[in-house]
Design a binder for this molecule. Structure first.
Ligand SMILES: NC(=O)c1ccc[n+]([C@@H]2O[C@H](COP(=O)([O-])OP(=O)(O)OC[C@H]3O[C@@H](n4cnc5c(N)ncnc54)[C@H](OP(=O)(O)O)[C@@H]3O)[C@@H](O)[C@H]2O)c1
Length: 445
C-alpha cells in the first residue's frame, strides 16, 4: 500500500488550468465514486479549493495508481494528458504526508496562514467519511492534518491578522489605486465607488476588509437578494445597497471598483458586456472567483483594469516577510506531527507479518495439542484438557509478545522492514495464508 497525492495548485498551474479542474460541490460525490471504482485506488479524498485540486489516496502500487488518478483528472477536465501533465505534481508517502500537513496549516497557501484552507480540509474529511471513500489509513491521516492545522494556529501567530484571499484582493485594489496616483503603496479606498458581486463567505470577508480600508458605502449584488440583505445586516455601520444580478450593468457603469466572488461556473462579466455599456470612467475589476467570474478578454474593454486570483501574488509578496519567520516555527510543529503519523503507519505495516506469525504458531500449537490429548487417553477430564489448552495458548502469547512489541516500536522504516523479513524467513511464513486469502508480501508498497 502506498500513500500519494496527485494534483495541481497555484504553484504549478495558472488559473485558466485550475478552473478547468475545479470540481463543483455537487459533483464531488460522483468524482469520489469514479476514483474508488479503479482497482488501483484503495482509498481516496479530494481537496478542491480555488487555488488547488489535490487527490489524496491510498494506492495499491505507486506508478499504476498515480497513472489512474492522472487519467481521471484528464477525463474530468477534458484536457489531454500532454496539456495537463506538465501542471500536475505527484508526491509519495512522506512527501505526501508533509505536503498535506503544510496545506492544512496554511503554509502552502497563496496567502500564508490563511484560515479558509483548514475548513476546506475538514470538509474533505467529512466528504470522505460520508461517501465512504476513505478507510482507516486516510481517515487517520486527514484527521491528523486537521489537528495539525488547528495546532499551528493555536501555538504560533501564523493565523493572526485575519489574512485571506479576500484581504489580499482588497490590498491589491489599494495598491493599484496607489500606483495609479503615482505612489507604490496601499491607499485608502474612501474615494472609490465600490460594488461587490456575490454574498457568500468570501464576499463577507471582502466587505469586512473594505470597511477596514476606508470604504464608506457599497453596493452588494447577488443572485438571491435576500441573502445579500442578510449579509448586509452583519455590517450595521456600513451603508450597503443590496441589488439583484439584473442590476449588474448599471453597476458596471457606475462603480469604479468592483469585486466578484460568486460560485458561477461561467464568466458573468465579459468584454462584450462591458463594450455594450456607456462608460466614462475607469473601472477596476478584481475577481477572486475560481472558475473566474470575469472572462480574460474583459481587460481589453475601454477604461477597464482587470485582476484575478493569480494577480494577488504581487500584493502577497510584499507583506509576507514577517510571516515567513512565524512559518518556520510552524514547520517544526509539522515535523513532530508527521513523525507521529509515520510511527503509526509504519507500526501498521508490521501487522500482516505479526498476524501470519500468530497463525503459524497457533496452527503448530493446535497440531501438538491434538497429538498430546490423544496420547493422554479418555481418563483425562474436560477440566484438565482445558488447563493444557490454556497452557499452550499462554506459551504462544508469551513467545509472540517479544517480536510484536519489537516490530511496533518506533524505528526507521528500513529497520522495521529488515526485522519483518527476518521473521518471515526464520519462521518460513511465506506459505502462510493471510486472512484475506493472499500470501505474504512483507514491506510491499
Ligand atoms: N472559500 C474560499 O476560501 C475561497 C477563496 C478564494 C476564492 N474563492 C472563490 O470565491 C468564489 C465564492 O466562494 P465562497 O466561498 O464565497 O462561496 P459561497 O459561500 O458558496 O457563495 C457563493 C456565492 O456565489 C453565488 N452564486 C453561485 N452560483 C452562481 C451563479 N451561477 N450565478 C451567480 N451567482 C452565483 C451565490 O449566490 P446565491 O446566494 O444566490 O446562492 C453566493 O453569493 C468561488 O468561486 C470560490 O472558488 C473561495
Amino acid at each position: 500500500m502506498h500513500l500519494a497525492v496527485v494534483g495541481l495548485s497555484h504553484r504549478t498551474a495558472p488559473v485558466e488550468i485550475r478552473e478547468r479542474l475545479s470540481i463543483p460541490e455537487h459533483s464531488l460525490a460522483s468524482s469520489l465514486q469514479s476514483l474508488r471504482a479503479d482497482d488501483q485506488v484503495l482509498e481516496a479524498s479530494i481537496l478542491s479549493t480555488c487555488n488547488r485540486l489535490e487527490i489524496y489516496s491510498l494506492l495499491r502500487t505507486p506508478a499504476e495508481g498515480v497513472e489512474a488518478i492522472r487519467q481521471f483528472l484528464s477525463i474530468h477536465s477534458g484536457l489531454p494528458g500532454d496539456d495537463l501533465n506538465p501542471h500536475l505534481f505527484a508526491l509519495h508517502h512522506e512527501e505526501a504526508i508533509q505536503h498535506l500537513l503544510r496545506v492544512s496549516a496554511g503554509l502552502d497557501s497563496l496567502v500564508l496562514g490563511e484560515g479558509q484552507i483548514l475548513s476546506q480540509v475538514k470538509k474533505m474529511v467529512r466528504l470522505g467519511q460520508d461517501h465512504r471513500s476513505i478507510g482507516p489509513i486516510l481517515n487517520r491521516l486527514l484527521t491528523q492534518a486537521v489537528s495539525t492545522g488547528k495546532r499551528v494556529r493555536s501555538e504560533t501567530r501564523l493565523g493572526s491578522g485575519a489574512v485571506s484571499i479576500s484581504s489580499a484582493a482588497v490590498e491589491l485594489a489599494q495598491l493599484k489605486v496607489g500606483q495609479e496616483q503615482g505612489f507604490d503603496e496601499l491607499l485608502p479606498l474612501c474615494d472609490e465607488r465600490i460594488t461587490v458581486v456575490g454574498a457568500g463567505r468570501m464576499a463577507r470577508l471582502l466587505i469586512q476588509h473594505l470597511q477596514a480600508k476606508g470604504a464608506r458605502r457599497l453596493v452588494l449584488i447577488n443572485r438571491t437578494v435576500a441573502r445579500a440583505e442578510e449579509l448586509a445586516r452583519g455590517f450595521p455601520d456600513l451603508p450597503i445597497r443590496c441589488l439583484g444580478l439584473d442590476q449588474l450593468d448599471l453597476q458596471l457603469r457606475e462603480a469604479t471598483l468592483l469585486f466578484t466572488s460568486t460560485g458561477a461556473d461561467e464568466p458573468i462579466i465579459t468584454r462584450q458586456r462591458l463594450d455594450g455599456l456607456q462608460r466614462h470612467q475607469r473601472l477596476m475589476l478584481v475577481d477572486i472567483g475560481v472558475p473566474r467570474n470575469i472572462s480574460s478578454d474583459a481587460a481589453q474593454a475601454r477604461l477597464v483594469q482587470c485582476f484575478d486570483v493569480d494577480d494577488l501574488q504581487e500584493v502577497v509578496d510584499r507583506n509576507q516577510a514577517a510571516r515567513r519567520e512565524i512559518a518556520e516555527q510552524a514547520e517544526a510543529l509539522l515535523a513532530e506531527d508527521q513523525r507521529s503519523f509515520l510511527d503509526w503507519w509504519e507500526g501498521l505495516e508490521a501487522v500482516p507479518t505479526i498476524n501470519r506469525l500468530r497463525r503459524h504458531l497457533d496452527s503448530l500449537r493446535e497440531q501438538e495439542l491434538v497429538k498430546a490429548l490423544s496420547r493422554m487417553g479418555p481418563d483425562f477430564s474436560e477440566r484438565e484438557r482445558k488447563v493444557v489448552e490454556a497452557l499452550s495458548k499462554g506459551i504462544i502469547n508469551k513467545v509472540l509478545h517479544g517480536p510484536t512489541t519489537a516490530l511496533r516500536a518506533p524505528q526507521s522504516r528500513s529497520q522495521r522492514l529488515a526485522a519483518m523479513e527476518a521473521l518471515e524467513r526464520l519462521f518460513d511464513l511465506q506459505g502462510v495464508v493471510d486472512e484475506d486469502g493472499t500470501g505474504a508480501n512483507p514491506g510491499a508498497d
